[in-house]
Design a protein around this ligand. Structure first.
Ligand code: FPP
Ligand code: MG
Ligand code: MG
Length: 380
C-alpha cells in the first residue's frame, strides 16, 4: 500500500557513513597544485544531494543479510569481449600517492558494528566522484551559469580549468577503483564513464536520424529512454550492482540490485525532465526551463509531440527559431506530456521496489523504498 506511512529516513539509516563521505572525497582530491586543488574540490563545498553514494550505502546494508557467494563461483571472466566504447590505458596504477590512503588503515573505514564493508564505502565515494566529474564537464557543455545555488565551476574558474578538474576527478576515481582490487567492479564503473559520454553524445541529437522535420515514432521514445539510461541510470544501476558484488552476493541478488538502480535511475531523470518545466529556477538552484533553451526535447515534449505533430519542425531545428521555445512550452502545458512523464516515472519506481521485494526486511531496505518515494516527491 503506497499510502502507508513510512517512518524511515533513508539519510538517517546511513547518516553515520555519510558524515565521512565529504571528508574522504576531499582527501581523494588532494593535489599539490593549489589551483587544481581548489577547482577539483569546488563542488564538494556546496552540499550535493548525494543520491548516488546514499544508494550505494543503502544497497550495501540491504544486501548484507542476503545469502553469500563463495568467491570462486564468480562468473566474471577476463576473456569477455570488450566493446568499442571501452578504453584501455597502459598507465601504471601502482605509483604511490600520499593522498590516497589505503582503506584498510583508515579509521573512517573501520567503524565498529557496521554492516557496510570498507570497499563499499569507498565505492560510494567513487560514484560521487564520477558524478561530480560529469557535472564539471556538463556545465561546460551546457554553458551553465549556476549549480547548487552558486556560480558553476566553468563561470568561477573558466572552461579550461573546469574540464581539467573533471578529468582529474576521473583519474582519482579510477585509482581508488583499482585499489578495490575487484576487476568486475572496475569494469562496471569504467563502463559507466563510457556510458555517460555515450548518453551525452546521444543527447546532442534529439532523434536517432536527426532530420530537419522529424516524424514522431515509437523509436522517438525508445531513443530518449536509451539516452536516459546511459546518461543517468547507468551510474546508479551499475554502482548498485557493484555494491552487491563487493558484498559477495549471489547473481540473483546482484541482478536485483542492478534492476532497482536502473528503474530508480530512469524515474529520477524523468522527474528531472519534468521539474525543468514545472519548478522555478530559484527553487531548483539552477536555471529552470533550460532544456528547451539547450535545444533538448525531453519526455514531456516527446509525449506532447505525439499528439501535436507541429512540434516536429521545432524539434528538428532544436527550438532555435523565433518564439520556438515559448511555443513549445505552451504546447507542452496544454498537453498531457507532464502527466504522462510522471506516470512513466511512477511505473519505473514501482519496478524498482518490485526488484528488491525478495530482500530480507531491514531499515536499509525501507530506506531504498523511501528513496523511490522521495524521487517522486522531489522538487529539486
Ligand atoms: C547532467 O545532466 C549531466 C549528466 C548526468 C552527465 C553528463 C555527461 C557528460 C558531460 C559526459 C562526460 C562524462 C564524464 C564522466 C566526465 P543535465 O545537464 O541534464 O543536468 P543539469 O541540469 O544538472 O545540468
Ligand atoms: Mg547541464
Ligand atoms: Mg547536460
Amino acid at each position: 500500500d503506497s499510502n502507508a506511512p513510512i517512518s524511515v529516513d533513508p539519510f538517517r539509516t546511513v547518516a553515520r557513513e555519510m558524515k565521512f563521505l565529504t571528508k574522504n572525497i576531499r582527501q581523494l582530491l588532494g593535489s599539490g597544485h593549489p589551483t587544481l586543488d581548489t577547482v577539483a574540490k569546488y563542488y564538494t563545498q556546496s552540499e550535493g544531494k548525494y543520491v548516488r553514494p546514499m544508494l550505494v550505502l543503502l544497497m550495501s546494508r540491504a544486501t548484507a543479510l542476503t545469502p553469500k557467494l563463495r568467491r570462486e563461483t564468480s562468473t566474471y571472466s577476463v576473456n569477455r569481449p570488450i566493446t568499442s566504447s571501452e578504453i584501455l590505458t597502459d598507465d601504471n596504477p601502482s605509483a604511490p600517492d600520499h593522498s590516497l590512503t589505503s582503506i584498510a588503515h583508515d579509521a573512517a573505514y573501520n567503524q565498529e558494528e557496521s554492516d557496510i564493508l570498507p570497499s563499499q564505502r569507498r565505492l560510494a565515494e567513487i560514484t560521487e566522484l564520477i558524478h561530480t566529474a560529469s557535472l564539471l564537464h556538463d556545465d561546460v557543455i551546457d554553458h551553465s551559469q549556476s549549480r547548487r545555488s552558486a556560480p558553476s565551476a566553468n563561470i568561477e574558474f573558466g572552461n579550461k580549468m573546469a574540464v581539467l578538474a573533471g578529468d582529474f576527478l576521473l583519474g582519482r576515481a579510477s585509482v581508488a577503483l583499482a585499489r578495490l582490487r575487484d576487476p568486475e567492479v572496475t569494469e562496471l564503473l569504467a563502463t559507466v564513464i563510457a556510458n555517460l559520454v555515450e548518453g551525452e553524445f546521444m543527447q546532442l541529437k534529439n532523434t536517432a536520424r536527426d532530420e530537419r522535420n522529424p516524424v514522431w515514432t515509437e523509436d522517438t521514445v525508445s531513443y530518449y529512454l536509451q539516452k536516459t539510461y546511459l546518461k543517468s541510470a547507468s551510474l546508479i544501476s551499475k554502482s548498485c550492482r557493484a555494491a552487491a558484488i563487493l558484498g559477495q552476493n549471489t547473481p540473483e541478488v546482484v541482478e536485483a540490485a542492478y534492476l532497482y538502480g536502473k528503474n530508480l535511475g530512469l524515474a529520477f531523470q524523468l522527474v528531472d525532465d519534468m521539474l525543468d518545466y514545472t519548478i522555478s529556477g530559484e527553487e531548483l538552484g539552477k536555471p529552470a526551463g533550460a532544456d528547451l533553451e539547450l535545444g533538448l526535447a525531453t519526455a514531456p515534449l516527446l509525449f506532447a509531440w505525439k499528439d501535436n505533430k507541429s512540434l516536429g519542425r521545432l524539434v528538428g531545428r532544436k527550438f532555435s527559431g523565433e518564439g520556438d521555445v515559448q511555443r513549445a512550452r505552451e504546447i507542452v502545458s496544454e498537453s498531457t506530456g507532464l502527466e504522462q512523464t510522471r506516470a512513466l516515472a511512477q511505473e519505473y519506481v514501482d519496478k524498482a521496489i518490485q526488484a528488491i521485494s525478495g530482500f530480507p526486511e531491514s531499515d536499509a531496505k525501507d530506506g531504498l523504498i523511501e528513496m523511490c518515494t522521495k524521487v517522486m516527491k522531489r522538487r529539486k
